[in-house]
Design a protein around this ligand. Structure first.
Ligand SMILES: N=CN[C@@H](CCC(=O)O)C(=O)O
Ligand SMILES: [Zn+2]
Length: 411
């Protein structure tokens, strides 16, 4: 099955050589070809160029993209798409004045989602989750990280991993599973947290690793959840099974989790709504990428990640949805790209870099995803007609997408 797209108004994120990350000032540069074509065969990008250089190519499907933009699919590197039910009542509680911490303290929050997930059958969980994922794909996401973390027991975490594995097998999208081994402390362990850490490190992680589904381990390093010492113990347990950290840090408080993540060669440190100069220094010279989640800041009214500080320090940044029932019940990367411009003060070029090539880097897949490069996977967005790609973030909450191609298939 081959697809030829011709007369593309602007073909974005075109790299002849295989770039895998863009950092600092380089994020301002979004390479484009005006009036372009792209040819894909099966699941691979084969050729592209200017229409003036185009020589007829036989293809099974030809799409005339006159007036439209084509770009790599969004790479959403931080989601919790697998969950049960919803938390609408907490949303209403928050409108009525309760904070995230107050809701969690009265049994809401992650514990609420864990209870729901434990009471949901594996098949039901799969059905609820794949439906959400398909909505994300229709909104332009072609590679999606999915975390566990709403299990809190080994049994429920393994159930989540099996559901993610099934999604990975059935979906055309690229799925990157992450074991969120330490997300919250269950009620029965409240006064004996060390016993729970022991349970995570000696039982949950070894059993989860045995399934061989994930290469990443995550911890919610935060006051009232897992402190630096706990986080380090969990990262070290993960390391024994070759699980690389991708961690939740600095969402509400600065505990030193960023330096800890860098010390353990984390692939990404995510959230960073709170950030100080020491955190920035710790990130310099590392292979760790920062991931901002503006949908979470929007939804629970917390500060936005100071993304300018990160990029202006020469560092790379990715943006992701954090799609979850508590702090970001939306998996719409188009909104995230817009919020990155409006609230994080990224230029459209920086935001598109953050949502494509850098998002792919934050999942460890940027050698095959996140740019229009010969040999990379054919995951593409074709927009509705527009004058310039800046209309994607400009027309916020509109759907800019007309068609998506995932793994070489037109959906
Ligand atoms: N902060 C930790 N985890 C999720 C929210 C979890 C929840 O409230 O269900 C997040 O990334 O925001
Ligand atoms: Zn999260």
């Amino acid at each position: 099955m081959s697809i030829l797209i011709t007369n593309i108004k602007q073909l974005l994120q075109v790299h002849d050589s295989n770039v895998t990350i863009v950092k600092g000032d380089a994020m301002k540069n979004l390479p484009i070809i005006e009036n372009a074509y792209v040819y894909i065969d099966h699941d691979t990008i084969i050729e592209y160029g200017k229409m003036e250089d185009y020589r007829p190519i036989e293809a099974d499907t030809v799409i005339d993209a006159t007036g439209k933009i084509v770009l790599p699919s969004w790479c959403d590197s931080h989601t919790h798409v697998v969950y049960a039910g919803d938390r609408t009542s907490e949303f209403v509680d928050r409108i009525n004045g309760l904070s995230y911490a107050e809701i969690a303290n009265k049994g809401g929050g992650i514990l609420n989602s864990a209870k729901k997930l434990q009471d949901t059958s594996e098949d039901d969980l799969f059905e609820q989750s794949i439906k959400r994922l398909n909505e994300l794909i229709a909104m332009g996401s072609g590679a999606v990280e999915i975390k566990t973390g709403y299990g809190l027991t080994t049994e429920a975490e393994l159930k989540m991993l099996r559901v993610i594995k099934r999604i990975k097998q059935e979906s055309l999208a690229k799925i990157i599973p992450t074991l969120l081994a330490a997300h919250a402390i269950p009620e029965e362990f409240k006064s004996k947290k060390q016993d729970y850490i022991k349970y995570i490190t000696e039982e949950l992680i070894p059993q989860a690793a045995k399934l061989n589904i994930t290469h990443y381990v995550d911890v919610f390093c935060e006051e009232g959840y897992f402190d630096i010492k706990d986080t380090e113990a969990i990262l070290e347990a993960g390391k024994k099974y070759n699980l690389r950290p991708k961690i939740h840090v600095n969402q509400f408080n600065i505990l030193g989790g960023i330096a800890l993540g860098v010390k353990h060669n984390a692939l990404s440190v995510d959230h960073l709504e709170e950030l100080n100069d020491d955190d920035i220094e710790a990130l310099k010279g590392s292979d760790t990428i920062s991931v901002a989640l503006p949908g979470c800041s929007y939804f629970i009214s917390i500060p936005y990640t100071p993304a300018r500080k990160i990029i202006d320090a020469g560092l790379p940044l990715a943006i992701a949805t954090d799609y979850n029932p508590g702090t970001a019940p939306s998996g719409n990367m188009n909104f995230v790209v817009s919020a990155a411009c409006v609230k994080l003060k990224l230029t459209p070029e920086e935001a598109i870099n953050a949502a494509t090539i850098n998002g792919a880097y934050a999942m460890g897949i940027s050698n095959m995803y996140g740019s229009i490069t010969r040999g990379k996977k054919a995951n593409l967005i074709i927009t509705k007609p527009m004058n310039h790609y800046s209309e994607i973030p400009y027309a916020f909450a509109h759907n800019p997408i007309e068609q998506v191609i995932i793994n070489g298939q037109l959906l």
